[in-house]
Design a protein around this ligand. Structure first.
Ligand SMILES: [Zn+2]
Ligand SMILES: [Zn+2]
Length: 341
């Protein structure tokens, strides 16, 4: 049942299922080191996913008990979900970038009611209709899944090599999809001698056929006006310049020619920003903009939770346009509307 793929040079991938999710699975990588096997990401916290991970490790001649360390690309539950369980089994360290570590700490401290209040206020400010917000007000907050993620015990420092005996794995900070997302550059010759510089574990930053979600960095305690899409576009250029021989992403499949995938994604976002400026010929709230943007299906068919994600994505694009001086907030509008300049 477990699908293990040997990428050569002491790197294998395990397909760990994500329950009830169209993405299907997370590619968890197993990296051999002189101190023992190290995981890059762990997968969703679910009994089936855990069994699949454990069976995959057995198929690789090891086990959860033997894991030396866990390197996390970003805090999302399909990547970090099983880290706590791996650490319990093995005593492995868990490493994450500080910005995502801070989110983990806050998630563990924030009570569910606080999130509902925060989300309600955000949706009101974005111009969501009362019919969309009302269910949030009516919900009796209970524990939400993924509200107690494992605290990392090591920090991934951008630009530095990780302490992995016998390997050269360098952290590359790639904020955008999350504020503390990292890619991991294996600075070793490609085992099949493909041209380029080593291999890049790209997490969700660079995927072969999916455009990663770029929304706002949701944080009830931080009022900083961040620009996640701007961060993401900068991060894309950063990994493009690395020119890895092969990219090992956390979903879908490995691929080569990172530079052309980077160009495609840069062009996609530029097209999208240009398209939004056309819509912003009239003043729109973020919600109205989301309703008019192109999604993978008509707005009326987008489920409730996905609409919240869509609005967050619309806001990330608005932030970018404002930062570039291509759009501005209409003075005195309430909720705030934006218009092309
Ligand atoms: Zn993610
Ligand atoms: Zn993911």
């Amino acid at each position: 049942m477990t699908q293990v793929y040997d990428h050569g040079g002491g790197v294998r991938s395990l397909r760990v299922p994500i329950p009830d999710n169209p993405l299907g699975h997370t590619l968890v990588y197993l990296l051999d080191t002189d101190r023992g096997p190290v995981l890059i990401d762990t997968g969703w916290d679910d009994p089936d996913s855990w069994d699949t991970l454990a069976a995959g490790l057995t198929a690789c001649g090891t086990s959860p008990e033997e894991i030396h360390g866990v390197v996390i690309t970003h805090h999302h539950p399909d990547h970090h979900g099983l880290s706590g369980r791996v650490r319990e089994a093995s005593g492995a360290w868990v490493a994450m970038h500080e910005a995502d570590g801070a989110i983990v700490r806050r998630t563990r401290q924030t009570r569910a009611e606080r999130w509902f209040t925060y989300m309600t206020a955000k949706l009101e400010a974005a111009g969501a209709p009362e019919s969309h917000i009302a269910p949030l007000r009516a919900t009796r907050p209970r524990a939400l899944p993924g509200l107690s993620p494992a605290l990392p015990d090591r920090e991934i420092v951008p630009g530095e090599l990780l302490a992995l005996p016998g390997r050269r794995l360098r952290a590359v900070w790639t904020p955008g999809h999350t504020p503390g997302h990292v890619c991991l550059h294996l600075e070793e010759e490609h085992p099949a001698r493909l041209p380029g510089h080593g291999r890049l574990f790209s997490g969700d930053h660079l995927l072969p056929e999916i455009t990663p979600h770029i929304g706002l960095y949701e944080d009830p305690d931080d009022a900083t006006v961040t620009d996640p899409l701007g961060d993401y576009l900068d991060s894309l250029e950063r990994v493009g310049r690395l020119a890895p021989a092969e990219v090992l992403p956390a979903h879908q499949h490995a691929f080569t020619d990172a530079a052309s995938r980077v160009r495609e994604l840069l062009a996609h976002h530029e097209d999208r920003l240009t398209g939004l400026l056309v819509l912003l010929a009239e003043p729109l709230t973020p919600w109205q903009l989301a309703e008019r943007m192109e999604w993978n299906r008509p707005w009326a068919q987008i489920p409730y939770g996905s609409r919240n994600i869509a609005v967050s994505e619309a806001e990330a694009h608005l932030r970018r346009l404002v930062k570039l001086g291509r759009a501005e907030a209409v003075t005195g509008s309430e909720p705030v509307t934006y218009v092309a300049v």
